[in-house]
Write a protein that binds this ligand. Sequence first.
Ligand SMILES: *Cc1c(COP(=O)(O)O)cnc(C)c1O
Length: 219
Amino acid sequence: MVRDNVQKIIGELPQGVELVAVIKGRSTEDILSVIDAGIKTLGVNYVKDVKNLFSLLDRRVNWHYIGIVSLEKHDLLRRKYLEIFDMIETIDSVELAKELDNKCANIGKIMPILIEVNIAKEPQKSGVIPEELEGIVREISSLKYVKVTGLMTMGPLVDDPEKLRPYFREMKRLFDYINILRLPNIEMRYLSMGMSNSYKVAIEEGANIIRIGTKLFEE
Ligand SMILES: *Cc1c(COP(=O)(O)O)cnc(C)c1O
């Protein structure tokens, strides 16, 4: 049952690791169950998924956007959604950050963001490649209405989570590296990596946000 899944995973988490329940494709009933069982943050891939849920839950949970963001008339950039989301985990360009900064300036909100890194440099994946990370973070640091609070990665799709360990380790190295630069307006607090099949390895390598769907809702 959903409730047992949540409690089992929460019970195993080291202190300071936040579990984000990824809600794509899940029923409202199941989403309410995971919240009753102790989930404090929902991960949202599609803005349309928050429409009814937000009126139901409001600030009972934190709302993280974890889907693709694009510059073309993306609903996420509308006032209503910017007001809902507490964090956008998937920013991967200066252009996007600037547009978000503009939109957030209009509503007087400082939006916490994570920079998504394409850690394995997969051609089809979103995210900045490691070599470009520092430059992009430096540019974004001058924006007033977005605040970089860490890094996020998806990692390659593999059957054995051990194969992800070197990538997670490299993410932590980048995270620490950006952190010691002590850039203005940059606060490296969150490292979001690890999903249903890989969260244990991710935590061992330094993740403090894990994003889980399948293992909460299905098993
Ligand atoms: C779907 C999704 C997850 C969760 O994946 P599971 O394997 O179902 O745990 C995590 N992060 C992102 C960005 C996702 O789209």
